[in-house]
Ligand binder design. Structure first.
Ligand code: SF4
Ligand code: SF4
Length: 147
């Protein structure tokens, strides 16, 4: 991978560089609600059924798009996908021409910086499979992740 590839425009990144840009925060794997009146997006603390809150990883990344049709392949989606991503997301930041934050693993070179900055959802959310079928997502809205 090229030196400081994360400063390059998204469209210039190789596949490996694109994958390496992800900070692994897990925020994009949370269910979201969108206000019908003003289109505002709200995040919940309920994660996709393939998300493992303990490891903060997708349990089947290779087959995720087949198993979860709503899962986003950010690079293959249109530009409208960025509005649904967390404001902290590296792809969204670079799409908007912003630099990566100090806690991003590529910048900090420190595995703990993202956790200490409160960005990772590890151990802070629940998987949808652990909820009752009639659970109300509106009651699970959080404000520490914003789009
Ligand atoms: S929100 Fe962005 S940076 Fe975080 S895991 Fe999802 S794609 Fe990666
Ligand atoms: S399928 Fe995997 S990557 Fe996609 S939202 Fe679910 S846990 Fe996240």
């Amino acid at each position: 991978m090229r030196e400081k590839f994360w400063t390059l425009p998204l469209q210039e990144l190789t596949s490996a560089e694109w994958e390496a840009l992800c900070d692994g925060c897990g925020r994009c794997c949370l269910h979201k609600l969108q206000d019908e009146e003003d289109d505002r997006v709200y995040y919940t603390d309920v994660a996709c059924r393939l998300f493992d809150p303990a490891s903060c990883q997708c349990s089947n990344y290779a087959l995720r798009l087949k198993q979860v049709p709503d899962c986003m392949s950010i690079r293959d989606e249109g530009e409208e996908v960025f509005q649904f991503l967390p404001s902290s997301c590296a792809y969204r930041l670079r799409y908007e021409g912003e630099p990566l934050p100090f806690w991003h693993p590529l910048v900090s070179k420190n595995d703990q910086a993202m956790r200490l900055a409160g960005i990772s959802v590890q151990q802070r959310v629940v998987c949808e499979t652990s909820l009752d079928a009639d659970a109300d997502l509106e009651e699970r809205i959080i404000h520490w992740v914003v789009a």
